[in-house]
Design a protein around this ligand. Structure first.
Ligand code: NCD
Length: 324
């Protein structure tokens, strides 16, 4: 309680997500998105000024990752440590799933050890299943080809900080729009803002799912194009969001190889396409071959800076759901 009081004195902002599960971008209206980004900005100031806080001292977060992760798992852990809390890590290698334990039983056990649980799982809807079962807040860190709401919130934080706004943003998204869960969540979050335009560009086989289109229809102006039209969708963009072809979601290696290498962002490609000088190129990472390594030195390359916004946004989300 002392920690919580101290935090609210520092930030003067009342929590609006107390005790909530963070499962889907559809839970976020404009007010909630803006609130999370404002709290993430509080966290930015906190980290810049003091490095860390003791707000969540004594609190425990379980990090249950049943699919590979470098960034998301580390960034959630870094966020919890910066808030003074502790982390219990359970992953594919250490989980009793290997011994045949069900996901449900694992959850029923782990909820007794912690105050909040972060879950990554290969199946769509797994985080929701977990939330229906346990009594502590569940944060969805990616459910198969479903959603990745915390990544989308950090992407919004990154864009709002760099561009000064989300209203009026034009974003071109290229890559695996079918299986790429980050974009499913990001499109829905951006639909809360005014005059947003999104150009979706993919191969015929990796188009945006109909459910996502239905969720944003009438709220966002959007276009859909095939890969050869990518260059035509660059000039008007404020943000170019590239995604990896999600190899692990394909039924066979052959199907993946047929999609691999369908585009590559480089300085020459963007210059020839008339990209804005202040275009921000985002990517949730890991990158495979979608962006040439030589592009990393281009001032428009924003993907490594984007990572930093992730820790701050996750600090905001963990603190929010645990604040009273
Ligand atoms: C993304 C994911 O896991 O969906 N990565 C991440 O969380 N930063 C994107 C990806 O794996 O391609």
């Amino acid at each position: 309680m002392q920690g919580r009081r101290a935090a609210s004195q520092v930030h003067g902002r009342k929590a609006i997500l107390s005790g909530m599960d963070i499962l889907s971008a559809s839970q976020f209206d404009r007010k909630r998105v803006e609130h999370v980004l404002d709290v993430a900005n509080d966290m930015r100031l906190l980290v810049n000024n003091r490095g860390a806080s003791s707000e969540l001292a004594g609190k425990v977060m379980v990090s249950l990752f049943l699919e590979p992760s470098t960034r998301t798992a580390s960034s959630f852990s870094a966020a919890m440590y910066r808030l003074g809390g502790s982390v219990l890590t359970v992953n594919e290698a250490t989980s009793s799933a290997k011994k045949g334990e069900t996901f449900e039983d694992t959850l029923r056990v782990l909820e007794n050890y912690a105050d909040v649980i972060v879950i990554r799982h290969p199946q769509i809807g797994a985080a929701k299943r977990a939330a229906d079962l346990v009594s502590i807040p569940v944060l969805n860190a990616g459910d198969g080809a479903g959603e990745h709401p915390t990544q989308a919130l950090m992407d919004c934080f990154c864009m709002r900080t760099l561009k000064g706004r989300l209203d009026g943003i034009t974003m071109t998204v290229v890559g695996d729009l079918k299986f790429g869960r980050t974009i499913h969540s990001l499109a829905v979050l951006l639909a809360n803002f005014e005059n947003v335009k999104i150009n979706f560009v993919s191969t015929a086989g990796l188009r945006l799912p109909d459910e996502v289109k239905a969720a944003i229809k009438g709220r966002v102006k959007y276009t859909e194009s095939l890969m050869p039209q990518l260059a035509e969708k660059i000039a008007e963009a404020d943000v170019l969001y590239a995604t990896r072809i999600q190899q692990e979601r394909f039924a066979s290696v052959e199907e993946y190889l047929a999609e691999k290498g369908s585009f590559c962002i480089s300085t020459k490609f963007l210059d020839d396409a008339g990209a804005k000088k202040d275009l921000a190129v985002l990517h949730p990472l890991p990158r495979v071959d979608e962006i040439a390594p030589s592009f990393d030195a281009d001032p428009r390359a924003t993907y490594f800076k984007q990572v930093r916004y992730g820790v701050l946004t996750r600090m905001a989300l963990i603190a929010e759901v645990l604040r009273s």
